[in-house]
Design a protein around this ligand. Sequence first.
Ligand code: G6P
Length: 490
Amino acid sequence: REVMNGELANAQVIVVSNREPYIHNHEADGIKLQIPASGLVSALEPVTRACGGTWIAHGSGSADQEMADSEGRIRVPPDNPGYTLRRVWISEHEQEGYYYSLANEGLWPLCHIAFVRPTFRAADWDTYRAINERFAKAVVDEATTDSPIVLVQDYHFALLPRMVRARLPKATIITFWHIPWPNSETFSIFPWKEEIVQGLLGSSIVGFHTQFHCNNFIETADRFIESRIDREHASITLSGRETFIRPYPISIEWPPAALGAQKPVAECRSAVRERLGIPAETHLAVGIERFDYTKGILDRMLAIDALLTAHPEWKGRFVFVQAAAPTRSKLPAYAALQAEAQRLAAEINDRHGINGVAPVHLVIRHHDPAEVFELFRAADVCIVSSLHDGMNLVAKEFVASRDDEQGVLALSTFAGASRELSEALMVNPYDPHSMGVAIERALTMPAAEQRERMRLMRDLIRNRNVYRWAGQMLLDASRLRKKQHVLEIA
Ligand code: G6P
């Protein structure tokens, strides 16, 4: 807010993402509001609330059109409007090519180096390009000055920065890539690699979560397009235009809004155990995320299996709850994961269930932020076992939810968050045995040690919160604008 009121006082901010922050759906009892499970949304929403301006996103809810004006605009948040959400409409057929196929069967597995082979089809690339055009046009439509600050989000819009640059040459375009960028060798299999890198270089700044991903991107540009690389200043110049490549580790708002309405931890513990039908004194581990194959959900179940095999004394005294929001379920890799998770949960429950206590509870549905926070507060351990993850905000939300300074975070070394949250118990999701040992260690960790670790992690997130993430980008934007201004005068 300070940056926006000070250095960028008269600037217009336009955010572009595929996923919208508020989805309106028709349900049996009328139109209902949904807040999607998306790391991107949970990070950007508080920031946009603070900056005002316009957020352009795909209108994906069944009642979205009714809830917007004829141009697709609606003021949000619904209970206290502070900015404009401009919904862009995409047909089902286009959604297949642009979102499901190119973005989520191509770029998503490619960038996560997941063991799902990426799929590329020329027709999907055409749709992806067409949708990037449509959003670029919406940005130009919404711009009320010739130099807005455009915040482009994620792998759905790699071509958009260059398209906007062509029409608004003076815009400050900051593109943040919320997922990893693999090394140039891996990226080289993408059939349209030159175009995608050139598209991104329409930005003034391209941001990633870690320095490592910045280096990978610079390497990719160096190898596949004709540009000038300045490693000292981490910039790439293409056709006379310089783009800076910077790390901005994303975070969450502090304190999180969802914490406000929470009951004391003791009440959350008993409410959740009662709802699950498990004894009051049961130890609880939780996993909460979208049902995505990059999150290592099967792997953590295998770790629970290993733990209960090695330590049968935990049977009946320990329960693992996996809350998983269905996501991209049309895609075979996602449908297969859900089926396999259900099979594996049944098998583990069969093997280790005792006295009516099943060790694995799989709850497949959307959970709103208040429910997620209640689960976090009810847990003894939170398991984040991503096979590969840009940052992972679940880890940070768990820590933020524990104002009692108790609870243990078991965190994959392959999540960007592990670079910052070094007091978590680090796990290798590819090794169920050692992950099982770590979960056991978490379950038996003395309260004093839990407190010490929690305090350090809470201090870090309090300081490096999402306002700092956005503030840093906006400060860098402001510096570039001043530089541009000086050059213009000269
Ligand atoms: C990740 C991506 C986001 C995306 C979110 C939810 O965090 O980086 O771009 O919004 O997952 O996925 P979905 O496909 O449902 O938007």
